[in-house]
Write a protein that binds this ligand. Structure first.
Ligand SMILES: [Zn+2]
Length: 151
């Protein structure tokens, strides 16, 4: 389970837009509340898994670019900036998908709920109610199957 920060000022700062109070940032969970329901913990744990997948993918891309740069003798400390790819890939993907869906639906709440990352988190958030062996969990690129899913 990921680290959870309760009574978090960071959560307050990041969730001012809507009536949200909990956010997953860089693999950890931040909430304004003093405690969290198992349902919300499960929802956020799905986002943590998605973040880790995007981080690993971004790291592979960054290392690929690094090798290409070395191959062409074009290197320097600026290459550390490549680290922003793994760190922010999830949020860039999330943000672009939100904007595309916002243009398509012209409804912010609908756009938010149809983001594949959110579809997966909402569809798995009640899995904790099932006995362990039957629980479905997010793993690796499992969020991709929500693209093209009829809702
Ligand atoms: Zn969510």
């Amino acid at each position: 389970m990921a680290k959870i920060f309760y009574n978090s000022k960071i959560a307050k700062a990041f969730t001012f837009l809507k009536d949200f109070s909990t956010i997953m940032l860089f693999g950890a969970i931040f909430t304004e509340h003093a405690s969290l329901s198992q349902k919300i913990k499960t929802h956020e744990a799905t986002h943590v898994e998605q973040y880790q997948t995007c981080f690993t993918t971004g790291l592979a891309i960054a290392i690929g670019i690094m090798f290409i740069c070395f191959a062409f003798n074009h290197y320097g400390w600026w290459m550390l900036a490549l680290l922003t790819i793994p760190i922010f890939l999830y949020y860039v993907w999330y943000g672009i998908e939100f904007l595309i869906r916002l243009i398509a639906y012209r409804n912010a709440d609908k756009a938010y709920r149809r983001i594949a990352f959110e579809q997966e988190a909402y569809s798995l958030e009640n899995e904790y109610l099932k006995p362990c062996p039957e629980r479905k969990l997010a793993s690796s690129f499992s969020f991709l199957k929500y693209y093209g899913k009829k809702v």
